[in-house]
Ligand binder design. Structure first.
Ligand code: GLU
Length: 445
């Protein structure tokens, strides 16, 4: 069987880490199996879908390096869905209903009061021609429901193992709204058949959907793809992430300075039996991906872990990649500055703070003016080299008796305005003689 999988986001917002988890599961699986990965835009909701969000999806996936083999969008394919509708109607599996949302709400309330599950009572199936004519003359528009079989649908889930849904306990799903627009359920099945999708791999929130969709696949005579559902993504506190996904959009994370491979390394591995470790290329993740490694319990996403991952990747990054990234931010640094500060960065943007420490202006922090005056007098003349710091502090120690922290900290504070940071030996070279003398004299420089 040839493997074809898909990612099917709706262009109704920027994509976030939840989408990327789905993207990676599918993309890595396709690459590992020598299959194809499709990007499908689920844009049946014409009011909320925009070209701008669609462009954002392409942009974010490209930035992450997740390449698809082909794309399609549902708004181009209404004709295909209409044909499927005719098929379902002819088979007696699609029936018109005329309840208003308020009427449906009332029904559900009454059922709940009687301790019954709020399942649609199928009164649409009882309507006579006259009832329908009456509704139509009242100006009501039908919405259309798919008639479920009432059977138990089972499948061998490629992630969860043996799975089942009792269609008896579900409402017949609405496939077409009163205004004639499609909900996602039917178009997705038609597309999966037409694009020969072999595996539908998506989040656990679609398990119930899968029960109904398997019946629609069968009703349309299409092969039923293999189904796989991965567990939810939760925050470090174990709570759902839905409210925070806005700040966890790929666009935001990019702007916050995260590395694409930090995001990929974390999202490919959380919720699996593999450890979360830095990977520099998607190809490395492909080699390690196996659906069987996906855990049955929720995957924990911790932003602190992402930050840590980002820092680890940055610390290893070759200098030419660093300069390319900095150029995009309008920044440039010397190789010495990079080597000096890299261990102190969580994101590439943090480097701006260290450029400022080197280039100034820095407000020196001088607590013991006498000590710093002595230190200034002992600073060797000429541009500092790698040896200068050792020779200079050795001289100060001899002259003042200060040592350890009480020797180094006042110098660090006077030269950088900070009480922590990278090696002073290198920083002194980078700061240079003129600025060093000025700062030791108490000037903002
Ligand atoms: N548009 C659907 C979603 O984003 C796709 C689900 C699926 O993969 O079938 O939830």
């Amino acid at each position: 069987m040839s493997i074809i999988v898909r990612l099917a986001p709706s262009p109704t917002g920027r994509i976030h880490i939840g989408n990327i988890r789905a993207a990676l599961v599918n993309y890595l699986f396709a690459r590992r199996e020598g299959g194809k990965f499709m990007l499908r835009l689920d844009d049946t909701d014409l009011e909320r879908s925009t070209q701008e969000f669609a462009d954002g999806i392409f942009e974010d996936l490209a930035w992450l390096g997740i390449e698809y083999d082909f794309t399609a969008k549902q708004s181009d394919r209404f004709g295909e869905y209409d044909k499927a509708v005719e098929k379902l109607k002819a088979a007696g599996l699609l029936y018109p209903c005329y309840e208003t949302p308020d009427e449906l709400d009332m029904k559900r309330k009454r059922q709940r009061l009687r301790g019954l599950p709020p399942v649609y009572d199928r009164s649409g199936l009882e309507l006579t021609e006259d009832d329908i004519a009456k509704f139509e003359t009242e100006g009501r528009k039908a919405h259309w429901r798919f008639k479920l079989s009432g059977k138990t649908i089972t499948w061998d889930d490629v992630i969860r193992g043996e799975s089942s849904v009792e269609t008896r306990s579900l409402s017949d799903p609405i496939l077409i709204r009163g205004d004639g627009t499609y909900l996602y359920t039917l178009p997705s099945v038609v597309d999966d058949i037409d694009f020969e999708i072999s595996h539908v791999i998506r989040g656990e929130d679609h398990v119930t959907n899968s029960g109904a969709q398997i019946e629609i696949f069968e009703a349309l005579g299409g092969p039923v793809p293999k189904m796989g559902h991965f567990p939810f993504l939760v925050g470090a506190d174990g709570k759902g992430l839905s409210k925070r996904l806005g700040s966890l959009s790929i666009k935001q994370l990019r702007e916050d300075g995260y590395e694409p491979m930090a995001i990929n390394s974390v999202l490919a591995k959380i919720g699996t039996s593999d450890p979360v470790e830095p990977r520099y290329k998607l190809a490395d993740l492909v080699a390690e991906c196996e659906l069987a490694k996906i855990s049955r319990s929720p995957a924990k996403f911790d932003e602190a872990e992402l930050k840590h991952m980002n820092a680890r990747l940055l610390h290893e990054m070759p200098f030419d990649e660093v300069t390319a990234r900095l150029e995009r931010r309008g920044l440039a640094v010397s190789e010495l500055l990079w080597a000096t500060v890299r261990e102190n960065l969580e994101t590439i943007g943090d480097i701006a703070d260290w450029i400022k420490v080197v280039e100034g202006p820095v407000a020196p922090v001088i607590e013991d003016a006498e000590f710093i005056a002595k230190a200034l007098a002992l600073l060797p003349a000429g541009e500092p080299t790698e040896e200068t710091w050792g020779a200079w502090t050795g001289g100060i120690k001899e002259a003042t008796g200060a040592k350890g922290k009480s020797l180094f900290m006042p110098l660090r504070k006077a030269l950088t305005g900070l009480d922590r940071g990278p090696s002073m030996q290198n920083l002194l070279v980078l700061i240079g003689e003129t600025r060093a003398r000025a700062r030791l004299s108490g000037e903002n420089a």
